[in-house]
Unconditional design. Structure first.
Length: 289
């Protein structure tokens, strides 16, 4: 009985094994990205960046059809162009960077849908917007695993200055180090993970497996490294449980995986060891703020 429920789907079906490896790689590589998005107060900006991939991926689709290299390259270039343009607009116009990201998000979403509609069918549009993790092939799997590997190596290389830049950017400036360099290196890694994520979860939900476990982990730990160590298993568990539930219930895999991650967030919000509802209610009344 347990074999049929937990192991048989992955033993008997190759597409389930590929989906499992892809989602585990996304969860592992994206956990550190999600933690720093929270620390840098860029959660909603990350969502805008995810949607900014759409016109680039749509142009890749318009040129090469459902070609993974064309759509991935187009999405990455569009995401980086949006990040750079938003920073330039915020610097030279006085507009807040989150406002410029919001404008880019709305423009990119409308432009991407329009581009896909010029050539594609509603099915193609749905695949780009919502993904299809069960349709991940070997090429997409290689991209996702390579992205996770590059993310872990890259984050390890810039971890220390990135932490300092998050909490005390003035210190880096005093040391003669350009904090903006690490900011844009981090954005490049974030966009790379979102490109890999949209192959499996679509542009509308690519951030779910990156951000939700990181938010949940913030209710259990304070240090950056420990938040990452807590977020990664939550993301892995969300992917595993979501795939099994979607397989047995006949539901779309991407939304179920994101909903499982949402349940981890809800449980952490209620019962986490720090800053949760339980922790707040368990403190003496005179200490509640």
């Amino acid at each position: 009985m347990l074999y049929d429920l937990l192991l048989a789907p992955f033993v008997d079906f190759g597409f389930m094994r590929r989906a499992l490896v892809a989602s585990l790689a996304l969860a592992t590589g994206g956990s550190a990205i999600g933690v720093f998005l929270i620390l840098r107060r860029m959660s909603l900006m990350g969502d805008a960046l995810t949607h900014a991939l759409l016109p680039g991926a749509a142009l890749g689709f318009l040129i090469g059809g459902l070609s993974l290299p064309a759509m991935s390259l187009g999405g990455f270039l569009a995401g980086m162009a949006t990040a750079l343009a938003s920073g330039v607009i915020a610097r030279f116009s006085g507009m807040r960077e989150d406002a410029s990201f919001a404008a880019a998000y709305l423009t990119s979403l409308a432009l991407g849908v329009l581009i896909v509609s010029l050539r594609g069918s509603p099915v193609d549009l749905m695949n780009i917007l919502f993904g299809s993790i069960l349709a991940v092939d070997t090429t997409a799997l290689v991209l996702v695993v390579a992205t996770a590997t590059a993310t872990l190596v890259g984050m390890a290389a810039i971890y220390r200055p990135l932490v300092v830049e998050c909490f005390n950017p003035g210190f880096l400036a005093a040391m003669g180090v350009r904090g903006s360099l690490y900011h844009y290196l981090f954005l490049a890694l974030a966009v790379l993970n979102m490109v890999a994520g949209f192959q499996a979860l679509g542009t509308l939900m690519a951030l779910g497996l990156i951000l939700l476990p990181a938010v949940a982990a913030s209710f259990w730990s304070r240090e950056v490294w420990s938040m990452t160590l807590v977020a990664a298993p939550m993301g892995v568990a969300s992917a595993l449980i979501g795939l099994l539930v979607s397989f047995h219930a006949g539901l779309p895999s991407g939304p179920v995986i994101v909903l499982c991650a949402s349940l981890f967030f809800l449980g952490s919000l209620l019962f986490g060891s720090r800053a949760s509802i339980r922790a707040r209610l368990s403190r003496p009344v005179h200490l509640r703020g």
